[in-house]
Design a protein around this ligand. Structure first.
Ligand SMILES: [Cu+2]
Length: 273
């Protein structure tokens, strides 16, 4: 923390109060927060998949993580119980998948997955090379052959409550604004009885995980809960939206052995000066 004077106060607070610092993508840090010591180890990646890709067919994908001199990185930190987290979204953000490729050694990760239809998908791999303070993000586009469904428009809604798999999930923010930290809270109730859920199960070593992606797919945020206070009904994340605009947010929780994915579309306003 030698250069602490360069860190905006809000960010300093977040680093001190959260064991999981906010996950700001490299691209954002590069142009907005270059004065902040980040300790993100620069990475490159090589992605391999069969030449012809069809929907609903198992597709093997290999991801090679290399350092900036193009050498495979050998060792990775285990973050939230995994060495790599892979998020796959369709271009319109209607499809979301969170996977954990297997580390095969020598920088190489393998996974096999299916895609629901033709079209373009963005794959986002998060790894932390050994010694890194925060995760590196590698992105890759894949095109799946076949008819492309009409894209779903991203329309922000005012009412941030929805029912998923028998649970009523409400999303709230202490203040929702770009370029500053905000607390984002998911409140989880039984959809039938409205009773608060107090027996969420840890999922990947935390009470929940959240991902946010901007509508243009340029900004990616993987956010972990600030503290683990009980097992619900509230799970709070500290987040930082690097730019104003429309984001899709997915909260992921585990309840009675099931993974619940709760998607929300929010409009993040500009920071008021
Ligand atoms: Cu993961």
């Amino acid at each position: 923390m030698k250069n602490v004077k360069w860190i905006p106060i809000v960010l300093t607070v977040s680093l001190l109060t959260s064991c999981n610092p906010i996950r700001v993508p490299k691209s954002t840090m590069d142009h907005q927060m270059s004065a902040v010591p980040q300790n993100v180890i620069p990475t490159k990646s090589e992605w391999e998949a069969p030449r012809v890709l069809k929907p609903n067919k198992n597709i093997p994908i290999s991801i090679l993580i290399k350092n900036k001199s193009n050498q495979p990185i050998q060792t990775f930190e285990t973050v939230h119980t995994k060495k790599m987290h892979l998020i796959i979204v369709s271009k319109d953000l209607s499809y979301f998948s969170h996977l954990h490729p297997k580390y095969e050694g020598n920088g190489k990760f393998d996974i096999s997955t299916t895609f629901p239809s033709g079209g373009d998908y963005q794959l986002i791999a998060e790894v932390t090379p050994k010694g890194g303070g925060d995760n590196s993000v590698e992105k890759h586009w894949m095109h799946i052959d076949g008819p492309v469904p009409k894209s779903t428009p991203l329309i922000p809604v005012q009412k941030l409550t929805k029912v998923v798999d028998g649970l009523k999930i409400t999303l709230s923010f202490d203040h929702l604004m770009a370029e500053m930290n905000s607390n984002m809270t998911f409140t989880i109730r039984d959809a039938k009885t409205n009773e608060p859920i107090k027996n969420l199960q840890p999922y990947l070593g935390a009470m929940g995980h959240a991902v946010a992606i901007k509508d243009n797919l340029q900004e990616y945020l993987h956010i972990h809960p600030m503290t683990t206070k009980g097992n619900g009904p509230k799970v709070t994340f500290m987040t930082y939206f690097p730019q104003k605009g429309v984001y899709k947010i997915w909260g992921q929780f585990q309840y009675q052995g099931r993974i619940i994915i709760a998607p929300f579309i929010v409009n993040v306003p500009k920071m008021k000066m």
